[in-house]
Design a protein around this ligand. Structure first.
Ligand code: BG6
Length: 520
């Protein structure tokens, strides 16, 4: 991160400052920024929450989060003491005008202490039900518009469907200018996600083959081993489609398919992404069952741990029909991608954690090698591994050493950790830093959010009218419901996660069986 000390003073107001997000993500990220001297020279963090507490109590709890989750890890007391003196607590109900009157007073006092003209960043780290309330109250209290370098940060989910997203966007727009609204999709803050643009547009090698002529199909996977943990209450009303596809997977799809940007201007990049969303072929409501598969996990084993079925998780109804897995097939109807299927899938309690994009290239137009030399032949494929193994792997054909011409697939790999001997910042560090700099490139614009909902509307509509009959339909720890295979055209397959070798770590010799398992 760059040096932040030249930035003017900032006040971070965190609604839900005593909650999980502030503890786990926001304050550890701000602490890491401070350790790297990327915070403004003068700043304050004002946590607003309902529960009675004190500055000291809150600081103790937040220190625990910093120890557990920050990049700098266990804090030495000097660093923590220096940082924590910026943290203050304000008790208040988010739905009462007097909270905002008190907030206004506190901000004025902090502003004076910070030297005046402090820009305010209001972060809604609250349940989504508050997203439409807080901006209203801020606007009424005169705390909205009017700061060139401040604004409001809202986490996904932005709405529950197209209608609610529009109404939330309108509410936000009543109190803040669009340029002051930072809609977070934390996937966009991940280094490897940002690297997709670098990989595609900073290397002239790939762009010429990045189209329907050379690409057979693309898979985008976000597989998690975790279940819903303590978030059953939220997840019951969201499900995998709303929780992951509408935002994270759509963002990845946009980055993989968008046209080259002309400049690195925030709106230029966001325009190119919106173009993709507008080009997605509408899903025919009559054919939702053919192009979208849903699943829910039953009990099973994740590694050596026995885990309960989704329906037995806390906060989940015993007959819940919420999907914990989705796979879908989309087409992008433009010149570049016409006819290329994009297979997206995401799920909880799957066999391994892996977020990856796989570009499967077409085979050669004419196979000139003798048939016996190409028994192990596989078309080239490129895998962009987003997490947990961060890197890129390119599979291609090579001649197997020996007197005969025998071709085999080999893999060339780039591993982030080997290439750059620094630990990547957490996505929240990048995003908070960008909010402070007022750089909206990595945030979702209102029209983009709405366009993504529009793509999924037919699915939401059909699913609400036709509840699933076969839930649970995959065991925790397995890979996906069998039905997910039915989305794939003949010859296409869902890839297994790649394993990126680390330098120094012994290279795994892939057995024939393992190689076969990974074959398309
Ligand atoms: C969140 C979802 O947006 O992303 C969670 O609400 C999901 O359900 C999480 O687990 C995945 O993000 P990451 O960064 O942990 O892979």
């Amino acid at each position: 991160m760059e040096n932040g000390e030249q930035l003017g003073p900032r006040i971070f107001v965190i609604f839900g400052g005593a909650g999980d997000l502030a503890w786990r993500k926001l304050v550890p990220a701000l602490f890491d920024l401070a350790c790297d001297r990327s915070m403004p020279a003068h700043f304050s963090i004002l946590a607003v929450d309902r529960a009675p507490s004190t500055d000291e109590k809150l600081r103790r709890r937040l220190q625990d989060g910093v120890r557990k989750f920050s990049r700098h890890g266990a804090t030495n007391s000097a660093e923590w003491n220096e940082f924590s003196r910026h943290i203050r607590y304000l008790q208040g109900d988010f739905k009462q005008a007097r909270t905002y009157a008190a907030l206004s007073e506190r901000c004025k006092a902090l502003d004076e202490q910070l030297g005046g003209d402090a820009q305010r960043i209001y972060y809604m780290a609250t349940p989504p039900s508050m997203f439409g309330e807080i901006p209203k109250y801020l606007g009424r209290a005169g705390l909205g518009r009017g700061q060139p370098n401040g604004g409001i940060v809202v986490e996904k989910p932005i709405g529950y469907d197209l209608g609610s997203a529009r109404s939330l966007n309108a509410t936000l727009g009543n109190s803040f200018d669009e340029s002051q609204i930072f809609r977070i999709d934390h996937y966009l803050g991940k280094e490897t996600v940002q690297n997709i643009l670098a990989f595609r547009f900073a290397n002239p090698l790939f762009e010429p083959v990045w189209n329907r002529r050379y690409v057979d199909y693309v898979t985008i996977t976000a597989a998690e081993t975790v279940g819903v943990e303590h978030r059953g209450g939220y997840y019951e009303h969201a499900g995998a489609l709303r929780d992951m596809v509408q935002n994270h997977l759509m963002q990845l799809l946009c980055l993989v398919t968008m046209e080259p940007m002309v400049s690195f201007d925030a709106d230029e990049i966001r325009n190119k992404k919106v173009d993709v969303l507008h080009a997605i072929r509408p899903i025919d409501p009559g054919a939702v069952h053919d192009s979208v598969i849903r699943g829910q996990y039953g009990e099973g084993w994740v590694g050596s741990k026995k885990v309960p079925a989704y329906r037995d998780e806390p906060g989940v109804a015993p007959d819940s029909q919420t999907e914990t897995f989705v796979a879908l097939r989309l087409f992008v109807d433009n010149w570049r991608w016409q006819g290329v299927p994009f297979y997206l899938r995401t799920g909880k309690r799957l066999g391994r954690q892996a977020s990856e994009i796989m570009i499967q290239f077409r085979g050669v137009p004419h196979q000139a090698f003798p048939a016996e030399s190409t028994i192990d032949w596989q078309a080239s494929r490129l895998t962009i591994a987003i997490q947990p193994d961060e890197g890129i792997a390119q599979r291609f054909q090579a001649k197997h050493p020996g007197p005969t011409m025998h071709l085999r697939s080999v893999e060339m790999q780039f591993n982030y950790q080997d290439a750059f001997a620094v630990r990547s910042p957490d996505a929240y560090e990048t995003l908070l830093w960008d909010v402070m700099k007022n750089d909206a490139t990595l945030f979702m614009r209102a029209d983009q959010v709405e366009a993504a909902w529009r793509v999924l509307l037919p699915v939401l509509y059909v699913w609400s009218a036709a509840p699933p009959r076969d839930f649970p339909n995959y065991a925790a720890g397995s890979w996906w419901p069998e039905d997910a295979q039915s989305l794939l055209a003949q010859g296409h397959s869902w890839p297994l996660p790649i394993e990126l070798a680390r330098q120094g770590a012994p290279q795994k010799r892939h057995s024939k069986a393992a190689a076969a398992a990974r074959a398309p």
